[in-house]
Design a protein around this ligand. Structure first.
Ligand SMILES: CC(C)(COP(=O)(O)OP(=O)(O)OC[C@H]1O[C@@H](n2cnc3c(N)ncnc32)[C@H](O)[C@@H]1OP(=O)(O)O)[C@@H](O)C(=O)NCCC(=O)NCCS
Length: 169
């Protein structure tokens, strides 16, 4: 069956949490946090379903000081569904819907560790398709994480977005 990209509801929180738990690259937050994100930040989140099963999700928000930016907080696709373009499609759907709703997102932001090649390619592909330059700047350093030994998370900033249609639409 064709994958379905849709806006999440509060009830998706548990399935989204399961997707995160299947991705060791991500810091897992509580089930409560994902329910809240799916419900209260639904316009800046999407889930991807195949055969009625949630196989991917993205959650983000508009930073209060940059309300035309989408800060992508977490994006994940279950290993078995990777490489199908789902992550890119979910993010593009948020951008496209923001324009349709008259509150356009014109920049994408995300922090991505240097070694996360799939994630870097995801954002490079989005920049290409959305016709926007991509810049990387320091943001969260390794020191910010203290004794956790977490690698630095530089900020990727894409924009201004000029190609409103992205892939497919
Ligand atoms: C990053 C991630 C969300 C991409 O999901 P996806 O649905 O496979 O993404 P897409 O199919 O849209 O592919 C995005 C790009 O990554 C590339 N890619 C996919 N898997 C890859 C891998 N294992 N290694 C390198 N590149 C990879 C794709 O070829 C594509 O690049 P292209 O547009 O140049 O062809 C997924 O790999 C994932 O869930 N990783 C674990 C969680 C994570 O690290 N999230 C990001 C940090 S918040």
């Amino acid at each position: 069956m064709e994958p379905l990209i849709r806006i999440p509801t509060l009830a998706d929180g548990a399935a989204v949490h399961e997707v995160v738990l299947a991705c060791p690259e991500l810091d897992a937050n509580s089930r409560y946090a994902y329910a809240l994100l799916c419900h209260e930040f639904d316009q800046t989140a999407r889930v991807a379903e195949i055969d009625g099963v949630v196989v991917g999700f993205v959650c983000g928000f508009r930073p209060p000081r940059r309300p035309r930016s989408l800060f992508v907080w977490q994006v994940a696709t279950l290993p078995a569904a990777r490489g199908l373009g789902l992550a890119g499609c979910m993010i593009e759907a948020i951008v496209a819907d923001s324009r349709a709703n008259g509150q356009p997102i014109d920049h994408l932001e995300a922090t991505v560790a240097e070694h996360n090649l799939a994630s870097r390619r995801l954002f490079a592909g989005l920049a290409r398709r959305l016709g926007a330059p991509l810049a990387v700047e320091p943001y969260i350093t390794a020191e910010t994480f203290g004794a956790m030994k977490h690698p630095a998370e530089p900020l990727i900033r894409i924009g201004p977005i000029t190609n409103q249609r992205g892939r497919g639409g």
